[in-house]
Design a protein around this ligand. Structure first.
Ligand SMILES: NC(=O)c1ccc[n+]([C@@H]2O[C@H](COP(=O)([O-])OP(=O)(O)OC[C@H]3O[C@@H](n4cnc5c(N)ncnc54)[C@H](O)[C@@H]3O)[C@@H](O)[C@H]2O)c1
Length: 253
């Protein structure tokens, strides 16, 4: 089959239109991967492709809602047909809808669980058969330091905790096929997801970060690249915090 001649490692990154996902995708591209960018936001995808200039040949933009199994199936089939079975899946798409429990609607609960957690199950389910057949794969799931619990974040915290449990189970099920699954728990990273927070809230967060600054998308991309490497075959089921030490500090500081 002609696809066997494709000589780059192939990665899928979800939620890759902006923020952390875009940072991860560009870092993988610059490291020699062909990268499929999955996002709901077509305009953001188009902007990402134009910004890549001559390297855009190895980017593929897929407008997909990762909570919808049929859309996920079609998009992953397109990637395999154009390049080959993916070597790496980065489940990054996510969003927040913060409210205290008494005010949180069922819709806000469901949306946050679907985008942050169910989407990871759907994407893994679609790529994993191909990864099993090729005998290797890297699954990297973006959780959050907020899985530890956060005021107004019952939905988000539960979803991100679920990501860690899902990752541990994937690691157990898939190890014998040469597939690893690991999670990354970012702290506060400077992306549009922080837009709802006031300057005072951001300053308060910064004061709890031992490194003394917000994180950047490339801080997360570096950890993704490590887990994605073929050399990284003996780390599985792990969650690594990339949070400037914030997970070590007291929340009451
Ligand atoms: N920024 C932070 O401080 C922070 C901290 C911890 C964890 N995270 C996690 O990192 C990931 C990326 O966050 P970010 O800060 O870059 O967010 P962001 O809002 O900047 O980007 C998220 C991207 O996901 C896309 N997306 C949302 N729903 C989607 C869907 N149903 N299907 C496809 N794409 C969808 C959006 O269009 C957007 O491009 C999320 O999982 C988030 O929970 C972020």
């Amino acid at each position: 089959m002609e696809h066997h001649t494709f000589n780059k490692r192939v990665a899928i990154v979800t939620g890759a239109g902006q923020g952390i996902g875009l940072g991860i995708a560009m870092n993988l591209l610059n490291s020699g991967y062909a990268v499929a960018l999955f996002d709901l936001n077509r305009e953001a995808l188009d902007a990402a492709i134009s910004a890549a200039g001559s390297q855009a040949e190895y980017l593929m933009a897929c407008t997909v809602d990762v909570t919808q199994s049929a859309q996920v199936r079609d998009a992953i089939a397109q990637v395999s047909a154009r390049w080959k079975t993916p070597d790496v899946l980065v489940n990054n798409a996510g969003l927040t809808r913060d409210k205290r429990i008494p005010k949180m609607s069922e819709e806000e609960w469901d949306l946050v669980l679907d985008v942050n957690l169910k989407s990871q199950f759907l994407c893994v389910r679609e790529v994993v058969q191909g990864m099993i057949e090729q005998g290797h794969g890297r699954i990297i799931n973006i959780s959050s330091r907020a899985w530890l619990g956060g005021f107004g974040q019952a939905n988000y915290s539960a979803a991100k905790g679920g990501v860690i449990s899902l990752t541990r189970t994937l690691a157990i099920e898939l190890a014998k096929h040469g597939i690893t699954a690991n999670a990354i728990a970012p702290g506060a990273i400077d992306t549009p997801i922080l837009a709802p927070l006031s300057t005072e809230q951001i300053d308060r967060i910064k004061s709890t970060i031992p490194v003394g600054r917000l994180g950047r998308p490339q801080d997360i991309a570096y950890a993704v690249k490590m887990f994605a490497s073929p050399e990284s075959s003996y780390m599985t089921g792990q969650t690594i915090y990339v949070c400037g030490g914030r997970s070590l500090s007291s929340p009451s500081v």
